[in-house]
Design a protein around this ligand. Structure first.
Ligand code: NDP
Ligand code: GDR
Length: 371
């Protein structure tokens, strides 16, 4: 039985990857952070009572900022494969916490690599590093591929640039089987609530159900290559099953503006949206509502721009070329953008219909921050 260790197992990708590896018969270990509330929502369905026999899913307390903790866990687990998904992963927040982001996203990767080296596991353990399309930053070439020069535009991306190169260095210096997956944006119903796609699908549903008036966003012109996280974790696994380690771009090859994602999300609920105005004065309003359950007026303003969400330096255009992954890994995305929007909106609709029922019955529901 193969054994895998996942950092960031409580995150979006960690949860899908753990499911995938368990289905493939792996023993799966994950590192979770101590928090004052439960933080395992995304993986609770995978939990196995450690008192039972033949347990194949275990969690360990730890943190990428703690080298001795990582060494101890790697020693205990003796993994065949490590997936380093743990990170402070929010680009905008990294401008507020640049040093922490560098520590966890940059040096955290080094600490994990060093754990493998110090413990003499270079020949046994394979390592996947969660690299990112944010490395491309300011456009140098489109579509972006493995050979496109990097130009990071945030403390997050600069930290990930260090992680990218230190992974390459351990491969070249010590012969470690290590791969960078340069993954473009990937989303799902499990996406964190403050990333733009999930912020949009939640708000669109809440507006339709009368739970929220307006959605405030930042740069509506940013273009992203959005895929589904379920497809992308499959690519991570495939990277570690090859004869030789290499770095791969994982993307759909299609790019879409944030504004268009908003329009598609409303359309999923039978609501047509139009936009007027420019820059910070732009608004989105309802031009028609075809769904009998939703009481939206024609002309009702439901989207507005709040410059607070602008970033000091923005990544305007991402579009990836996944040719290498297609030819060498046999990887293809199975979700296109409409299928992704459908999955996310329908999932949030189920979630907030429950809230609407509770509110109607006089119960309070959790407060939702518009971030
Ligand atoms: P999430 O933000 O959903 O998950 C991040 C995970 O990292 C969580 O489990 C989080 O724990 C954990 N984490 C945060 N800080 C630390 C720390 N100091 N020590 C240990 N663990 C920590 O991210 P995704 O699942 O979306 O992304 C996974 C990885 O892939 C990240 O490295 C991200 O930067 C990268 N990436 C993501 C892309 C995307 O579009 N999703 C694209 C390209 C790269 P907790 O739950 O406690 O917060
Ligand atoms: P990104 O994702 O920065 O690409 O990083 P995010 O969804 O945060 O932003 C995408 C684009 O949307 C614009 N935008 C907004 N973004 C947020 N979060 N909130 C808003 O209100 C808003 N309005 C407009 C942003 O300016 C940006 O252009 C994600 C993360 O998962 C990283 O960890 C990962 O490395 C990259 O994707 C690839």
């Amino acid at each position: 039985m193969k054994c895998a260790l996942i950092t960031g197992i409580t995150g979006q990708d960690g949860a899908y990857l753990a499911e995938l590896l368990l289905a493939k018969g792996y023993e799966v270990h994950g590192i979770k952070r101590r928090s004052s509330l439960f933080n395992t929502d995304r993986i609770d369905h995978l939990y196995q009572d450690p008192h039972e026999k033949n347990v194949r899913f275990r969690l360990h307390y730890g943190d990428l900022s703690d080298a001795t903790n990582l060494i101890r866990i790697v020693q205990e687990v003796q993994p065949d494969e490590i997936y380093n998904l743990g990170a402070m992963s929010h680009v905008k927040v990294s401008f507020d916490t640049p040093e922490y982001s560098a520590d966890v996203d940059g040096l955290g990767t080094l600490r994990l690599l060093e754990a493998v080296r110090i413990l003499g596991l270079i020949k046994k353990t394979r390592l996947y590093q969660a690299s990112t399309s944010e490395l491309y930053g300011l456009v140098q070439e489109v579509p972006q591929r493995e050979t496109t020069p990097f130009y990071p535009r945030s403390p997050y991306a600069v930290a990930k640039l260090y992680a990218y190169w230190i992974t390459v260095n351990y491969r070249e210096a010590y012969g470690l089987y290590a791969c960078n997956g340069i993954l473009f944006n990937h989303e799902s119903p499990r996406r964190g609530e403050t990333f733009v796609t999930r912020k949009i699908t939640r708000a669109v549903v809440r507006i339709a159900l009368g739970l929220q008036d307006r959605l405030y966003l930042g740069n509506l012109d940013a273009r992203r290559d959005w895929g589904h996280a379920k497809d992308y974790v499959e690519a991570m696994w495939r990277m570690l099953q090859q004869d030789e380690p290499r770095d791969y771009v994982i993307a759909t090859g299609v790019t879409t503006k944030v504004r268009e994602f908003v329009r598609l999300a409303f359309a999923e609920l039978g609501v047509e949206l139009a936009f007027a105005g420019e820059g910070a004065a732009e608004v989105g309003y309802v031009s028609a509502c075809h769904h009998p359950d939703f009481q939206l007026r024609t002309g009702q303003e439901v989207v507005a721009v709040d410059p607070a969400y602008f970033r000091p330096t923005e990544v305007e255009l991402l579009i990836g070329d996944p040719t290498r992954a297609r030819t060498e890994l046999g990887w293809e995305p199975t979700y296109d953008l409409p299928a992704l929007v459908n999955d996310m909106v329908q999932s949030d609709l189920r979630l907030f219909r429950r809230d609407a029922v509770l509110l109607e019955a006089g119960h309070s529901v959790l407060s939702y921050h518009d971030e």
